[in-house]
Design a protein around this ligand. Structure first.
Ligand code: PEP
Ligand code: MN
Length: 303
């Protein structure tokens, strides 16, 4: 979103507006969009930032292979969970520090930054020592002690919307991080729980408009967890670009059928490359660019 799309500052003499409880996250106290540097790029400006990778870090070859694939596809950041919030205690729980080391190796080889989830305050130091962006998952979106702890981190925080949270509740969660001193918060719409059973969650695309109206913080969309269906990911990604999101978080797996987590919503590297070419072509119509897709890479992937 360009500066001209941001609401203008109030005219002198206008009576003071009642501030919401999320003062720092509110656009009333900070009219300009927050732009967060991410290595050579930034989120919240013209760049449409793509975070992509497997749901969870499973093994060295899987992580490295997928990291290369998403790099070639034009991603800015690699995703992968080493601490996994699973509904069942018997499901794969993640590789913890071993997984963080695999992510770190993938960063060394590809040059891409890492976003990975932290679930517990006691792991924040460990995760911060590896991650470039620390993710708070939907299930921890209102874990206030974790949010307070993350407010003391030096790294940007990717805060996902809780399954049952309103936009105001999401902004109040962001406020915990901002109020404690960490101003680098990226929001993520990943679908909410509704009465509609045809998708895993219901992607609330209008929340992007509400968030942009109420807040200056960047916001991305996760079409993978929102839909739970790999073949919905591309159309929902295009919709997210069109509605004004600042980027996407997409699950990509080299062999979705054997993924240890969320295979049914993971797209394959070829599908990711095609989607990225498509998004790079569409982006200028919405005032965005995907500069990781250099003309050479674009020509190569268009084939
Ligand atoms: C994830 O991104 O791996 C994840 C678990 O997502 P969510 O918290 O949105 O369910
Ligand atoms: Mn997942």
């Amino acid at each position: 979103m360009s500066e001209k799309d941001s609401p203008a500052a109030p005219k002198p003499g206008t009576p003071p507006l009642k501030l919401p409880s999320y003062k720092k996250a509110s656009r009333l106290t900070h009219p300009q969009n927050t732009v967060i540097p991410l290595g050579p790029y930034a989120i919240g400006g013209d760049e449409f930032v793509i975070m992509a990778g497997p749901c969870s870090v499973e093994a060295d070859p899987q992580m490295l292979g997928t990291a290369w694939e998403v790099k070639i596809g034009g991603a800015h950041i690699i995703r992968g969970g080493a601490f996994k919030p699973r509904s069942s205690p018997y499901s794969f729980q993640g590789l913890a520090e071993e997984g963080l080391k695999m992510l770190s190796k993938a960063r060394e080889l590809t040059g891409l930054g890492i976003v990975t989830e932290v679930m517990d305050s006691s792991d924040v130091d460990l995760v911060e020592s590896y991650a470039d962006i620390i993710q708070v998952g939907a299930r921890n979106s209102q874990n206030f002690s974790l949010l307070k702890r993350l407010s003391k981190c030096q790294k940007p925080i990717l805060l996902k919307r809780g399954l049952m949270n309103t936009v105001d509740e999401l902004l109040s969660s962001a406020e915990y991080i901002l109020a404690g001193g960490n101003e680098q918060v990226i929001l993520c719409e990943r679908g909410i729980r509704t009465f509609e059973p045809s998708t895993r969650n219901t992607l609330d695309l209008s929340s992007i408009l509400t968030i942009k109206e109420k807040s200056h913080l960047p916001v991305i969309v996760d079409p993978s967890h929102a839909s739970g269906k790999a073949h919905y990911v591309a159309p929902l990604s295009r919709a997210a670009l069109a509605v004004g999101a600042d980027g996407l978080m997409i699950e990509v797996h080299c062999a979705p059928e054997s993924a240890l987590c969320d295979g049914e919503e993971s797209i394959e590297p070829g599908q990711f490359r095609d989607l990225m070419v498509n998004l790079a072509e569409l982006a200028p119509a919405f005032g965005r660019r995907i500069s990781t897709l250099t003309p050479e890479l674009l020509a190569q992937n268009q084939r």
